[in-house]
Ligand binder design. Structure first.
Ligand code: SF4
Ligand code: SF4
Length: 314
């Protein structure tokens, strides 16, 4: 049986930002569309997480805290990362950085790899994420993570390129150089839903990013990237997907799934080991294996611009 080595854990389905491109809290996001008040707020509690960590200890190596909310808003965030670290897991955090001022020391002590979302400079970032003061908080947090005896080495900014923040890219590259903090540029995962990208300007911007020595993800020739940002579905690697075997995702309500699978089980009802070995997971892995070996490859609609095909997000 293919056993996952990584878990992506949504500690909480809530966020203090409203990033314009966010698939959950953005203008076209699922949470907003379904009605913010209709989706109950859920958090994974410490007893459940303790059982989970004990269950997968020695099998799963890495835990990523990210997903459909801002993990650090969980009321026991610090206890959770301390527990997971003490049990030997390699921790990765993707955060909007707004809580780092109060959490930086704990993050330094327990998390190895931190990505902080920055999508513009100053008020432009604040406007994109819908929260005044967000940029200053995130920058303070980034500084704190890199200070003192526990200074983290794996800290970076992540910037999502959309049609509305192309003019911010040169400033972000300058900021990155000034502060010595790397930045990775990702493409908008849902370009079809957002303002159309001016493709000539986009191509020119990608060339500028690369000639300045920065990374664009996915790392493809510029014409392929232009195709990615154009209407129509796009599967990066139609005949290859090992993500489904290597990782499982846990919703803040306890549901376990991976990418476009159905729910494989719920941690409030059964153990992770039993879900890993269960028939729903096995069936899904078989479907994906068949698709990758078929002539057309992975389903174009369901795997459209899948973020797990970006090597940097794996
Ligand atoms: S910080 Fe993340 S979860 Fe929150 S709105 Fe932005 S993209 Fe969505
Ligand atoms: S959505 Fe498709 S490409 Fe992405 S992880 Fe799932 S099967 Fe793989």
């Amino acid at each position: 049986m293919n056993t996952p080595t990584s878990l992506k854990v949504d500690l909480i389905n809530d966020c203090n930002e409203r990033c314009s491109f966010c698939p959950y809290y953005g203008a076209e996001g699922r949470v907003i569309n379904e009605g913010l008040r209709l989706i109950p707020k859920t958090v994974l509690d410490l007893p459940l997480l303790t059982r989970l960590f004990e269950d997968v200890q020695g099998v799963v190596r890495r835990i990523k805290f990210s997903g459909q909310g801002e993990a650090s808003l969980h009321p026991q965030f610090r206890e959770i990362i301390a527990l997971a670290h003490s049990m030997g897991f390699d921790l990765k955090l993707i955060t909007n950085g707004t809580t780092l001022k109060r959490n930086a020391a704990d993050v330094q002590a327990h998390v190895r790899d931190v990505s902080v979302s920055i999508h513009g400079v100053g008020e432009v970032h604040d406007q994109i994420v819908g929260l005044r003061g967000a940029f200053d908080k995130a920058m303070t947090g980034l500084d704190l993570l890199r200070e003192g005896e526990g200074a983290l080495e794996e800290v970076r900014m992540v910037f999502v390129i959309t049609a509305t923040n192309l003019d911010q890219i040169s400033s972000i590259m300058a900021l990155s150089k000034e502060k010595g903090i790397p930045v990775i540029f990702y493409l908008d995962f849902l370009p079809g839903l957002h303002a159309p990208m001016p493709l000539d300007r986009f191509r020119q911007t990608i060339e500028e990013i690369r000639s300045a020595g920065f990374t664009v993800s996915p790392n493809l020739p510029v014409e392929e990237l232009a195709r990615f940002m154009s209407p129509g579905s796009y599967v990066l690697q139609p005949h290859d997907c090992d993500h489904v075997e290597k990782e499982l995702e846990i919703d803040s309500n306890g549901d376990v799934y991976v990418c476009r699978s159905e729910i494989m089980g719920n941690l409030h009802q059964e153990s992770m080991r039993s879900i890993i070995e269960g028939t729903t997971r096995r069936r899904f892995l078989t479907v994906i294996e068949q698709e990758t070996h078929s002539e057309c490859g992975l389903d174009k609609k369901l795997c459209d611009r899948c973020c797990y095909q970006h090597p940097l997000l794996k």
